[in-house]
Design a binder for this molecule. Structure first.
Ligand code: 4AD
Ligand code: MG
Length: 429
């Protein structure tokens, strides 16, 4: 019977067949151990010379690292551990792989990224993709449970959403320049006037010249947008969503998190509500810790790292100086210099995972901001229309999938959280 390794506990003492790849192997005397993975999990196959045919014994020795093979055998439970083994009785060699370039020794990350198409098979990379998948599913699930409709925003756009310095430009037939989307937000603002609460999920592009552990040039963003929702209402939704995602990862990714040696005690108390702090208070705290940040400045990566080491939950930093934030953010009615916005910073030094704000809903004020930011007015005609026909208080936010996965997995650089990373100096494989 063909089975997946993830279901193996149901087949103790039964004979099963597993189709996969050999990711490790060793022999000693009359025993050969074949470590097999099948995409759903990992298992050790044991070939015991006295119990198998000569052909099977020889086949076991033909196998190399990353050869593909089909193993048949009886499932047994490890006497002490919660692990299962396969007492192999038959081997079908599918393909014998030549010497595999990724060995057991330590490799440099550039070498591994050049071989990303193969590196993806290693248990750690498998585990990261399992967590990524769970973060995505938990996100869809939370939105479904909370009355959001998924809206697919376009990738080819006529103008900037998040500032003109990070736009990827392309030639668009006779229509001149087009740009790869930095965020679907503006389109979601149109969609909420039809559907109330919406979200999108897709690749976005930033021509970031930054070579940090938090930046990719292509990454996956989830934008959410809510009609009749203010800045505070939006933060409540964010903390509920993030708590749900972490809970689901803890429930459904135990195997992956254990391969990653993640200290799950750091995730177990990630429950709403999350602490909040104004940008002004954050600056004071940072200055006390020796940062030279000024009240009018955005937080740098180092500032975020310091702040997030102070809290054991994600923390909202609210009300940044308006001049360091995007044109569409509504200003604080009590202080016109501040934006009604928040960044959510993940603990343990991970930093910003979400950016969000209440949106400017007044036509004249928004037009003024578009002019102040020297944005092309005609490209924003449609966006201004939304402030003409039934404008309402509304807010939204966007998360960076890779930043969340990096935090949940406890890995330092987000390039490992996306199957094929695109960086300033990397476009292959
Ligand atoms: O803070 P950002 O720039 O916000 C927006 O784009 C808003 N339009 C979202 C919205 O309100 N709907 O980006 C949102 C998130 C960041 O918090 C971060 O997690 C991630 O996207 N992010 C990046 N992730 C990887 N590489 C980059 N270069 C990123 N830039 C932003
Ligand atoms: Mg941001």
């Amino acid at each position: 019977m063909d089975v997946f390794i993830k279901d193996i506990s149901k087949y103790v003492d039964k004979t099963v067949t597993i189709k996969g790849w050999i990711y490790n192997l060793r022999s000693s005397g009359k025993i050969t151990f074949l470590q097999m993975r099948d995409g759903s999990g990992f298992i050790q196959g044991i070939v015991h010379k006295p119990d198998v045919s000569e052909k099977t014994w020889n086949d076991a020795h033909e196998l190399t690292l990353e050869s593909s093979a089909i193993l048949t055998g009886k499932v047994s439970k490890h006497p002490k551990k919660d692990e299962y083994e396969l007492q192999v009785s038959d081997i079908e060699v599918v393909q014998v792989a030549p010497e595999y370039p990724i060995g057991k020794k330590e490799h440099g990350v550039d070498f591994l990224l050049d071989l990303r198409h193969l590196w993806l098979r290693s248990p750690k990379q498998w585990a990261i993709q399992r967590v990524r998948n769970q973060v995505i599913n938990a996100t869809y699930e939370w939105f479904e449970l909370n009355g959001f409709t998924k809206i697919d925003s376009p990738i080819l756009t006529p103008a900037a959403c998040e500032g003109t310095t990070t736009l990827f430009e392309i030639d668009y037939f006779d229509l001149g320049k087009a740009y790869l989307s930095q965020s679907g937000q503006l389109y979601l603002e149109a969609a909420i006037m039809s559907l109330g609460r919406v979200f999108d999920f897709g690749p976005v592009f930033r021509a970031e010249k930054s070579k940090t552990r938090r930046h990719l040039t292509e990454f996956w963003m989830m934008d959410a947008e809510m009609a009749y929702c203010d800045h505070n209402g939006s933060m409540e939704i964010q903390e509920q969503l993030i708590s749900h995602i972490v809970k689901k990862c803890l429930e459904n990714c135990q195997d992956a998190l254990s391969i990653l040696e993640r200290d799950v005690s750091k995730l177990e108390h990630i429950t709403a509500p999350f602490p909040r702090m104004t940008h002004a208070d954050a600056v004071k705290l940072l200055q006390e810790h020796g940062s030279d940040i000024k009240e009018t400045e955005d937080l740098g990566a180092d500032d975020e790292t310091i702040l997030t080491q102070k809290f054991d939950k994600p923390v909202f930093i609210e009300k940044y100086p308006a001049e360091v934030k995007a044109f569409y953010m509504k200003r604080d009615p009590n202080n016109d210099g501040l934006a009604l916005c928040s960044d959510l910073l993940a603990p343990e030094g991970y930093g910003e995972i979400i950016g969000g704000s209440q949106r400017e809903d007044d036509y004249d004020t928004l037009l003024k901001r578009i002019k102040e930011h020297k944005l092309p007015e005609n490209a924003f005609d449609w966006y201004l229309d939304l402030r003409k026909y039934g404008s309402v208080v509304h807010s939204g936010f966007g998360y960076g999938l890779e930043r969340i996965v990096g935090w949940v997995c406890g890995i330092s650089h987000i390039r490992e959280t996306i199957p094929f990373p695109r960086l300033l100096n990397r476009l292959t494989p």
